[in-house]
Write a protein that binds this ligand. Structure first.
Ligand code: CAA
Length: 259
């Protein structure tokens, strides 16, 4: 991977988009690297959570690469949108939880990348926005869909139609992020959250991710059936047996083994 730095810390992977001179803008190469990142993380059964952040102090990701997009034809524009959407959808449906640690500008494709993650936390210097209409385009990597689902259609329309950026405190207020930290505390907080998740039974955590993501696309009746199936599936796992035995025997459970 040319533009992504990957570090493994125990059961956690930390990936940083690394094009700081272009504020980590997403060109085709970065999108390909994101695919490689997902392949690499999925191939490692030890990894139980992924943290995604940006290199440098200024940006998470300042958007899709405007230089690369500037000369696209209609067909090429559609293909570029599909390339981003395909990899963001892969990220969103990865079995393990993905945390976006947003350390600065998260604009356009950067805001969209954060929204394809399961959980967003940010530094107090973070700035979110969908500036595309100011550039003569729509959001192209899922922004119209995920922003409306996360903050509601009214706020999403206001942000997208006006192309106005919002700061960390407003992102927290509208529910785009779960928490805001001083810059130096962001990565420790992300790692602590990832470690907390990694200590829980991985099969159950993955089942919860599926239940929430897939359930939101279904009617309540269908979603409840999905939850029942995923709940039932946990009873085939050794982690369920250990977790419940430990509770009944009033002892701490053994580290979960992903079985
Ligand atoms: N694409 C390509 N290059 C970018 C970029 C982007 N999205 N964002 C920043 N850069 C580059 C700049 O061109 C500049 O490069 P040079 O030094 O070679 O000139 C470098 O990063 C530093 O940027 P600035 O000098 O502009 O830094 P700043 O601190 O003055 O401003 C900023 C920071 C407000 C984020 C500003 O860079 C900016 O507005 N960037 C564009 C943000 C944007 O419009 N993003 C949406 C893109 S469209 C999209 O993402 C579509 C989609 O949904 C798929």
């Amino acid at each position: 991977m040319t533009h992504i730095l990957l570090e493994k810390k125990g059961q956690i992977a930390i990936a940083a988009i690394n094009r700081p001179k272009a504020l980590n803008a997403l060109n085709s190469e970065v999108l390909e690297d994101l695919n490689t990142l997902i392949d690499t993380v999925e191939a490692d059964p030890e990894i139980r959570a992924l943290i995604l952040t940006g290199s440098g102090e200024k940006a998470f990701v300042a958007g899709a690469d405007i230089g690369e997009m500037s000369t696209l034809t209609k067909a090429e524009g559609e293909a570029f949108g599909k390339k981003g959407n395909d990899v963001f959808r892969r990220l969103e449906t990865m079995p393990i939880p993905v945390i976006a640690a947003v350390n600065g500008y998260a604009l356009g494709g950067g805001c969209e990348l954060s929204m394809a993650c399961d959980i967003r936390i940010c530094s107090d210097s973070a700035v979110f926005g969908q500036p595309e209409t100011g550039l003569g385009i729509t959001p192209g990597f899922g922004g119209t869909q995920r922003l409306a689902r996360l903050v509601g259609p009214g706020m999403a329309k206001q942000m997208i139609f006006s192309a106005r950026n919002i700061k960390a405190d407003e992102a927290l207020r509208v529910g785009l992020v779960n928490a805001v930290y001083p810059a130096e505390e962001l990565m420790p907080a992300a790692e602590k959250l990832a470690e907390t998740i990694a200590k829980n039974a991985p099969i159950a955590v993955r089942a919860c991710k599926r239940a929430i993501n897939e359930g939101l696309e279904l009617s309540m009746d269908e979603a409840i059936v999905l939850e029942e199936k995923l709940f039932g599936g946990c009873f085939e796992s050794e982690d369920q047996k250990e977790g419940m035995c430990a509770f009944l025997e009033k002892r701490k459970h053994e580290p979960y083994q992903n079985r």
